[in-house]
Design a protein around this ligand. Structure first.
Ligand SMILES: Cc1cc2nc3c(=O)[nH]c(=O)nc-3n(C[C@H](O)[C@H](O)[C@H](O)COP(=O)(O)OP(=O)(O)OC[C@H]3O[C@@H](n4cnc5c(N)ncnc54)[C@H](O)[C@@H]3O)c2cc1C
Length: 753
């Protein structure tokens, strides 16, 4: 379903969260198109705003001030956010090929993926330099440079290759910042020499006055400038230009290049590999595909690769994507031929350039700062929208006749058997899924029948468990992975090995191709997890419903006397938790668009971590009791352990592993709808009053999805066990408390700071 509750008719897929696409997302949030589903495929959850990047490097802006958080923006737009990287387009099938998931189908596609360094034509540059492009991820590369430069006290020569606006601005920004950092550290800033090497004059796409101003500023700052010196090759510590120039750090900011896969996908491209587009931003090769920003080469209006053009293309791109979705011809767009550039000099001073005009002043930086902050405000202060009215069918402008016909039959479907997904859809989906085969599965999906027949594992008892839940994210592939992982958690917590799984799936009503793809994406995700766990999918039941949901009835095998029960805790044991807490509050906050995209990203990654190796490790270090922490929260599951074990337990709040952002969302008063129910168990806590205002206290009751294992391990082995868990990838694993003998108190749990 689309945000207004309307069945999906068309898929608009945006690849890259670049400067033009953020405008598309905002516009669709303000004015959704009934029947159109948006999907954003983004390599980075926080996308940099290029205009403020030099100011970030110079130290005038914090990271969050100059990066757009695509999480809340996508949520505002009602868009599915797929954190992934596009690696190709199958234009015949209309699929975006991704690095980490099955192909994503589209009806209309738009590319705004920026550019990357063009290094292939300069030998050694890829190996021995730090590329500034793509600009996403540069913040991390910059942090590494800062660490290297400030690490010791020796003289260093820092070079920037490229004398366009980006290179010059960058040189002055790093000059300003690095010298300031050395001064702060009590070191001599003059131990750094800055060198700028460029093939042409400085800022060749601007008027000569601008070039002269920057030549003067660079000279005043003592920057060694080599113009008309094209770099022919790079060796470790040396660039070979008109002469050999020794450098300790080399930043590469030359002409941009395009991702190779654009040309390989069969698009007509210019010499730089950028996709050719008409003045409508529609690619010349394919009317269903649009492109904007650096990656696009507008045939009739060539422009330099600059963020300002990508920003300006946002509104016409949005308009033409809407028109294409409605079956209308796109409208041409003429970019300004003269435009105002404000280029900063590192020290809150800027140079203005427009046509043949140039000026310089401190207030020009203030103006630039104001313009840039206003731009960012549009994406950080998103308006609160009223829920869109629910329309029965999409506007005729969106859906084609066949889709409308199909939609009218959806409305007439009944429940019961009629709610089952059609057998052709199901069999098509199943035929595309690679299910593992097990020798003990006599009848499974390879020879479908009324039911599966599975031989028990010799000498082992059978574990049965079932879990089912509604999608809390709109990425069916990742949801499928989490649902399968969550369902397997019970088997691992008991110390068993998964054997088979039966799926119970619900997909939202819609036209057949969309229902089929949702089911395929979700089941593909689930299968990656089940296959890896060795659990054969042997059947299932799929129906249509109001929202996406998935669960599994899983069986596993276990030696009866080896099961790790909840009731096996013993005094003197340490309590170990293998994953951080906080999924409940974080997803409640995401629903309100109050969680940062990277918090949700980290939580999703944590939910996809299998409990398999953790269970084996805990057992190896002598665990005698174990459970997986899920809906009842840490405290609920701990009480389920202490009661049958006849023990008490102490939890140290300061030792709890927590997901990033969980404390922030609790402080903001945001909780899962299950929290009040879980909170009733506070009666199990002794003297809890003193700590109840600590946000970590609330997280004891936070319901988890695919949460960690909680186990009792002999105290003497606990530290080594945690070290091993961390080595296995459970990086947040921690000793969170200890098991105590049963006393006289009615409340079995003590919570300490
Ligand atoms: C140091 C420096 C300073 C600059 N300063 C300015 C300036 O002041 N003013 C100005 O106008 N321009 C400036 N530029 C140029 C500017 O950065 C680019 O022109 C601009 O970022 C292009 O915007 P875009 O929307 O095309 O792509 P980008 O802003 O690069 O965004 C592309 C997005 O797509 C994502 N992506 C990339 N590949 C994939 C993939 N395969 N799958 C999924 N997602 C993908 C990336 O993660 C990124 O979020 C500067 C450049 C540099 C290097």
């Amino acid at each position: 379903m689309t945000p207004g509750g309307v069945a999906i008719v068309k898929d608009l897929v945006l690849v890259g969260g670049g400067h033009a696409h953020v405008a598309v997302l905002r516009s669709f949030g303000m004015k959704p198109m009934p029947g159109v589903r948006l999907t954003l495929i983004a390599r980075d959850i926080e996308t940099p705003y290029s205009g403020m990047l030099p100011g970030f490097i110079a130290g005038h802006y914090r990271f969050a001030e100059c990066h757009i958080d695509l999480g809340p923006l996508a949520a505002f737009a009602g868009a599915r956010l797929y954190h992934d990287e596009a690696i190709g387009i199958d234009r015949a099938k209309r699929h975006v090929l991704c690095a980490g998931r099955p192909p994503v189908p589209y009806d209309v596609l738009s590319l705004d993926i920026g550019s990357r360094p063009r290094q292939h034509d300069v030998p050694g540059s890829a190996e021995h330099t730090t590329p500034v492009k793509p600009i996403d991820g540069f913040a991390e590369r910059w942090a590494e440079i800062v660490a290297r430069v400030t690490a010791d006290n020796r003289p260093l020569r820092i070079g920037v290759i490229g004398g366009g606006a980006g290179g010059v601005e960058l040189t002055l920004a790093i000059h300003h910042r690095l010298r300031a950092l050395l001064r702060q550290a009590g070191q001599d800033p003059d131990r750094l020499t800055f060198v700028l090497v460029t093939a042409h004059e400085l800022l060749p796409t601007h008027n000569q006055k601008v070039g002269r101003i920057f030549a003067r500023v660079l000279a005043e700052r003592g920057v060694e400038v080599h113009t008309k010196s094209p770099v022919r090759s790079v060796e470790a510590g040396t660039v070979i230009a008109s002469k050999r120039i020794a450098l300790d750090e080399i930043l590469w900011v030359t002409q941009a290049g395009a991702a190779q896969w654009i040309r390989e996908s069969g698009f007509d491209c210019d010499d730089g590999g950028f996709v050719k587009v008409h003045d409508t931003l529609q690619t010349v090769s394919d009317p269903a595909v649009f492109a904007a920003g650096d990656v696009a080469a507008v045939e009739t209006h060539p422009r330099p690769k600059a963020g300002v053009f990508a920003v300006r293309q946002g509104p016409p791109l949005t308009d033409n994507l809407r028109r294409a979705l409605a079956g209308q011809a796109p409208r041409p767009f003429t970019p300004q031929s003269k435009f105002l550039s404000l280029i900063s000099t590192g020290d809150k001073y800027a140079v203005a350039s427009r046509g043949g005009w140039a000026a310089e002043a401190g207030w020009l930086w203030t103006l630039k700062d104001w313009i840039d902050r206003r731009f960012m405000d549009k994406y950080s202060d998103l308006p609160v929208m009223r829920t869109a009215p629910v329309a029965a069918v999409p506007s005729a402008g969106v859906a084609d006749a066949a889709a409308l016909q199909e939609l009218s039959t959806i409305a007439m479907r009944c429940g019961g058997c009629g709610a089952k997904v059609g057998s052709t859809v199901l069999s098509r989906v199943m035929s595309r899924l690679a299910v593992i085969q097990r020798d003990d599965v006599v009848i499974g999906l390879n020879a479908p029948d009324d039911a599966a027949i599975v031989r028990p594992v010799p000498g082992k008892a059978l574990i049965h468990t079932v879990d089912y839940f509604r999608a809390f994210i709109d990425d069916p592939y990742v949801f499928g992975r989490i649902a399968a992982n969550h369902s397997l958690g019970d088997v691992y917590a008991m110390g068993g090995e998964p054997q088979t799984a039966l799926a119970i799936a619900t997909v939202p009503y819609g036209i057949e191709s969309k229902v089929e793809d949702d089911l395929f994406q979700m089941m593909s995700g689930a299968l990656t997890v089940l296959n890896e766990a060795g659990a054969a999918l042997v059947g299932g039941h799929t129906s249509e419903g109001a929202e996406l949901a998935l669960g599994f009835a899983v069986t596993g095998a276990i030696a009866e006397n080896e099961a790790l029960r909840k009731g096996g805790l013993m005094p003197g044991q340490a309590l170990i938790l293998t994953k951080p807490l906080g999924t409940g509050t974080l997803f409640a906050a995401a629903m309100r668009r109050q969680a940062r995209g990277i918090w949700i990203d980290e939580a999703l990654a944590s939910m996809q971590v299998t409990a398999r190796e953790a269970a084996t490790c805990l057992r190896r270090f002598g665990a005698t009791a174990c459970t997986d922490v899920t809906g009842f929260g840490l405290l609920g599951h701990l009480v389920e352990m202490t009661k049958p074990s006849g023990v008490e337990a102490e939890i140290r709040l300061g030792a709890l592993p927590l997901l990033a952002g969980a404390v922030d969302t609790v402080r903001a008063g945001i909780f899962s709808s299950l929290q009040p129910q879980n909170l009733r168990l506070r009666r199990a806590i002794r003297d809890g009053e003193a700590l109840k205002d600590d946000p970590r206290y609330a997280l004891l009751f936070d319901p988890q999805t695919a949460g960690g294992l909680l186990a009792g391990v002999p105290e003497a082995a606990a530290a080594e066990c945690v070290a091993e868990l961390r080595r296995l990838g459970y990086i947040a694993a921690a000793i969170i408390g200890r098991v105590l003998p049963s006393g006289d108190a009615a409340e079995p749990i003590r919570v300490v700071a």
